[in-house]
Design a protein around this ligand. Structure first.
Ligand code: GCO
Ligand code: MG
Length: 402
């Protein structure tokens, strides 16, 4: 059996997506996601110029060997572009294998560990009162877990505050727009949001918050400590994680659960964090870390240390990643939660899928494969539109982590 052809499909049904379609000589095809928000064309080039010519003619059943070929064989290891390209191939090959086996992908991974997958949605508002209202809307929609982000007085375009009511979409300008940041203001304001949320809705729902890499370890520890009375499900990306050791300081000072990893590419980014039990949830998802083949390894390492999964699920990960993630979530023994930012209607139409939302959970489909396809004719009606993520600067102009 051979890979006969592979094609990269770039489409922008509301936002940009990079999709890889792989055909075999036996008529079965598979679909993979390689989207890297704001840097889509770098992945397109890596796929078209380097990966596709190599994989045509390979045996699609040898998923592990193809993965090792693209990882070890490239000499230049890791990095978001390379690992997303590998992920696109890997997802498509798992899709093909599961279709050939006539099984939903979770069955190939080892079968169901749960019936449904708890998800969290994104509630946000320009200030505390509007964020509290937004959380109420998520509760009304049936969500059991809700991430809450608020605008902060005095900070221009604070992270996570959307324009619509259901989601925020940060990649919008053809060049990065400049947003502001002020840790002191955020540190005073964010705990007040969670105080009001608990006072309004009680403790029945899981609440989450994303620090989006903005705080130093000491500041993150301070925030974690001040959020303790409100019993968060997690505090995410409280400090940048290139220095995994930095989490030790945060950990020593707070029992607020910590989540990290949406920008990790491989197990090496998470190894010290996991082995030293410095985090509670690993956020890496299928497209971020070279597909299911590698994500499984991260999850297995995490399971040894009681670290649970919490896959990244923002709108810049296509329904193909969401489909694969749901098969993974349905199987993985150490599942924690799945992020679920709803896609637009245009996106959902371009990527027909069989998963569904019900009562605060996503339920995986039963179609053989990962259950997500691409309508190529419809995709062609939405040409690529350049869109960049913002940057952040402090009031004095200093560049900060966005
Ligand atoms: C989250 C995120 C994201 C990222 C986005 C960048 O969902 O937790 O931090 O929404 O900002 O994926 O492309
Ligand atoms: Mg995040």
């Amino acid at each position: 059996m051979k890979i006969e052809a592979a094609k990269v499909i770039v489409s922008s049904p509301g936002r940009n997506f990079v999709t890889l379609k792989i055909w075999t000589d036996q008529g079965v095809y598979g679909i993979g996601d390689g989207t890297l928000n704001g840097r889509e064309k770098a992945v397109v080039s890596y796929l078209e110029d380097h990966v596709v010519p190599c994989i045509v003619g390979m045996d699609p059943r040898r998923i592990e060997d193809v993965w090792q070929y693209l990882y070890k064989g490239a000499y230049w290891r890791r990095g978001p572009v390379t690992m997303r390209a590998i992920a696109a191939v890997d997802m498509a090959l798992w899709d093909i294998k599961a279709k050939m086996a006539g099984m939903p992908l979770y069955d190939l991974l080892g079968g169901k560990s749960r019936e449904r997958v708890m998800v969290y949605g994104h509630a946000n508002g320009s200030d505390i009162d509007s964020t509290v209202e937004a959380v109420g809307r998520y509760i009304d929609m049936g969500y059991k877990a809700i991430r809450a982000q608020t605008g902060v007085p005095g900070i221009k375009d604070a992270y996570g505050v959307g324009r619509g009511q259901l989601y925020y979409e940060p990649a919008d300008a053809t060049l990065p727009s400049v947003t502001g940041w002020d840790t002191r203001k955020a540190l005073n304001y964010v705990p007040q949001l969670f105080e009001k949320l608990r006072a309004t809705y009680g403790f029945d729902h899981h609440l989450l918050h994303d620090g989006h890499h903005r705080y130093t370890p000491q500041e993150a520890a301070n925030l974690g400590k001040r959020l303790e009375p409100y019993q968060l499900f997690w505090l995410e990306d409280c400090t940048p994680a290139e220095n995994q050791e930095a989490f030790r300081l945060v950990r020593q000072h707070t029992v607020t659960p910590l989540a990290v990893g949406e920008i990790f590419n491989t197990i090496w980014d998470a190894k010290d964090l996991i082995e030293n039990q410095l985090i509670d949830y690993i956020r890496t998802t299928v497209v971020g870390a070279g597909g299911l083949t590698h994500l499984r390894r991260i999850a297995d390492l995490a399971s040894l240390y009681q670290v649970r999964t919490g896959c990244h699920g923002a709108t810049d990960l296509s329904p193909v990643t969401m489909g694969c993630a749901l098969h993974f979530d349905t199987w993985v023994p150490n599942f924690g939660i799945q992020e679920y930012m709803r896609h637009s209607e245009e996106t959902d139409a371009v990527f027909p899928h069989d998963y569904r939302f019900e009562d605060g959970h996503l339920i995986v489909g039963e179609t053989p494969g990962h259950g997500v396809d691409i309508d190529e004719a419809l995709a062609a009606r939405y040409p690529y539109k350049q869109a960049c993520l913002p940057v952040a600067r402090l009031e004095d102009g200093t560049m900060w982590s966005w």
